[in-house]
Ligand binder design. Sequence first.
Ligand SMILES: [Zn+2]
Length: 214
Amino acid sequence: MGSSGASMGGAAGQGRQAGGTPRAALADLLTGNRRFVSGQPIHGHDVTAAAAASGDQQPYAVVLGCIDSRVPLEAIFDQTFGAICVIRTGGHVLDRAVCGSIEYVVGQLGVPLVMVLGHERCGAVGAAVDALRTGQRPGGSLAHLVDEIAPAVTEVGIDDPAVHPLAIRRHVRRTVGTLRADDLLAGPIAAGRVAVVGGLYDLATGEVALLDPG
Ligand SMILES: [Zn+2]
């Protein structure tokens, strides 16, 4: 099992790159997305793969994405067991549990890459747009999601005809910026051992495009 990935430029998707470079980790993630988009994934999610990865974990990236059912992160990056850590919240909103989880995989597992992945037609961002447009803040903990996304909507401008798609991109960049300033991540980032990047997933094509820091 272990040798097939090694022939694809390192250990693509094999989950054996902890401590590698951010650049190599990003290349492997995007290579996995290209396999997915081309209809040629190499990783089936069968129990033999689970067993092969059942020792100590050595993931090479952590992806923070949305809970949206149309964006299953291991699938769209064609990753196998043990390869990536995945965190999903509505609109990839951060809280202490999310930040602590990322600090853990970076600090304790040596993961060199953090990707924040937004997606087109995100309902959480749409809820924030609606809340600002109507002045109706939702109740419960949903208010936390809306409150965290609202600044991206405001920066774009609620009256912009493209406020929803533009706020999706802005919110990814804001989330990336918050993580880059995280107390425990800023040092490794400054030393070049860790990178935080933003991406956007196209629901129709399956493609992940990197967003510039903007
Ligand atoms: Zn979403």
